[in-house]
Ligand binder design. Sequence first.
Ligand SMILES: CC(C)(COP(=O)(O)OP(=O)(O)OC[C@H]1O[C@@H](n2cnc3c(N)ncnc32)[C@H](O)[C@@H]1OP(=O)(O)O)[C@@H](O)C(=O)NCCC(=O)NCCS
Length: 144
Amino acid sequence: MIIENMTSIHVEPIAQLEKLCFSDPWSEKSIETELSCQLSCWLVAMEGDTLLGYVGSQTVIDESDMMNLAVHPDYRRQGIAEKLVAALEEALRERGSKALTLEVRDSNAPAIRLYEKLGFQQVGLRKNYYRNPKEDARILRKEL
Ligand SMILES: CC(C)(COP(=O)(O)OP(=O)(O)OC[C@H]1O[C@@H](n2cnc3c(N)ncnc32)[C@H](O)[C@@H]1OP(=O)(O)O)[C@@H](O)C(=O)NCCC(=O)NCCS
């Protein structure tokens, strides 16, 4: 498996994985827009031509926000998300980012476990942040 920067060839498979993993997925168009956004850093985990997972972020000055993270259901519990987030942290540190913040559904136990394992701490709760279904978001943060 290799982790590399997202390019245009990854946009369609990422959009497909978004649909598979989320009730409110990003469209292909909105993912494509990230390619030309200076603030964005997206990484993909690839095995040959197969997309295993991806992570997406935006950085404003020295604060980064993780917007997306998903691993294909067939490849979960193999440490891929952990490697993606570690690679993202490294890339963001190199850009001078000092902290990484993210939102996660209150009921998303696998993701919350993952972020706890990686040293994220809860810093807030956003009531009814998500739709389909309506749910609170935990706000997690890690100093880089
Ligand atoms: C959350 C997600 C990205 C994890 O991907 P993954 O590659 O399976 O995660 P990893 O194998 O790197 O797991 C690392 C750690 O996270 C935790 N974890 C991951 N999946 C878990 C699960 N189903 N149950 C409990 N803990 C879990 C464990 O602590 C695990 O370490 P361990 O295997 O040593 O116990 C994946 O389940 C996913 O894509 N879910 C759907 C999309 C999503 O919810 N994204 C996050 C939005 S905020």
